[in-house]
Design a protein around this ligand. Structure first.
Ligand SMILES: Cc1cc2nc3c(=O)[nH]c(=O)nc-3n(C[C@H](O)[C@H](O)[C@H](O)COP(=O)(O)O)c2cc1C
Length: 190
C-alpha cells in the first residue's frame, strides 16, 4: 500500500503541512509505504493548453511534473493538502491539478486508464481556512473532487478546519492533529 501526500502550501511547517505529516504518520503506523511531495519546492510550469497531451496522454513539458505523474500512477492512496487561498486551493496546488489535463486526455480522449491501470485508488483532502465563513471550502472541494473524479480516485474523506490562521495555530486545536493521524490509519485500512 503506497500513500502519496501532496503538500500545496507555500508555508513549510504550516498548518496543512502539519496535518498532512500526521496523516502520513498514521498511515505509516499501519505499515503503508509513504511519500510526501512539497509542490512549492518543485519547478514546473502551469498548463499551457498546447493540446500536445491529446495525442498520447503525456505532457510534453519535461519538468518536475513528470515525477509527480509517476508518483500518482504508483499510489494507492492520494492525500492532497492545501490551505484556502482566496476561496480556493493554492496556486501551487491548482497548477499541479491543471497539469493533470494530460491524465484527463488519457481517460476522455484516448480511453485508457488515467493512472495507467485500473487498481482501486482512494483520495483524501486536508484543508484549513483562516476565516469561519460557511462556504469557505466550497471552491476547493469542487476542484479537488473534480481531479479525483478525472483520475478515477474514489473520494474517501476530508479534514477541513476553519478559524486556523497563523503558523502553528493547528497545534492549539483540541484534536485536529489526532484526527489527522486517525484518518491516516483509516485510509489504509479501508
Ligand atoms: C494569499 C492568501 C489567501 C488567503 N485566502 C483565504 C481565504 O480566502 N479564506 C480564508 O479563510 N483564509 C484565507 N487565507 C488564510 C489561510 O487559509 C490560513 O492562514 C491557513 O492557516 C494557512 O495554512 P498553511 O499554514 O498550511 O499555509 C489566505 C492566506 C493567504 C496567504
Amino acid at each position: 500500500m503506497k500513500v502519496l501526500g501532496i503538500a500545496g502550501s507555500p508555508r513549510r511547517g504550516g498548518n496543512t503541512d502539519r496535518l498532512l505529516a500526521e496523516l502520513i504518520r498514521g498511515a505509516a503506523s499501519r505499515g503503508a509505504e509513504t511519500k510526501t511531495i512539497i509542490l512549492n519546492d518543485l519547478n514546473f510550469i502551469s498548463c499551457q493548453h498546447c493540446d500536445a497531451c491529446l495525442k498520447k496522454g503525456n505532457c510534453k513539458y519535461q519538468d518536475d511534473m513528470q515525477m509527480v505523474y509517476r508518483e500518482l500512477e504508483q499510489a494507492d492512496r492520494i492525500v492532497l493538502a492545501s490551505p484556502i487561498h482566496f476561496m480556493g486551493v493554492t496556486a501551487q496546488m491548482k497548477a499541479m491539478i491543471d497539469r493533470c489535463q494530460a491524465l484527463w486526455a488519457r481517460k476522455y480522449v484516448l480511453n485508457v486508464p488515467p493512472l495507467g491501470n485500473r487498481r482501486e485508488r482512494k483520495g483524501f483532502f486536508i484543508s484549513v481556512a483562516g476565516r469561519t465563513v460557511a462556504n469557505v471550502f466550497d471552491g476547493a472541494l469542487l476542484t479537488i473532487k473534480s481531479l479525483f473524479t478525472v483520475l478515477d480516485v474514489t473520494y474517501a474523506g476530508e479534514l477541513l478546519l476553519r478559524n486556523v490562521d497563523e503558523k502553528g495555530a493547528i497545534a492549539r486545536h483540541p484534536d485536529a492533529l489526532k484526527q489527522a493521524f486517525l484518518a491516516g490509519q483509516k485510509l489504509v485500512a479501508e
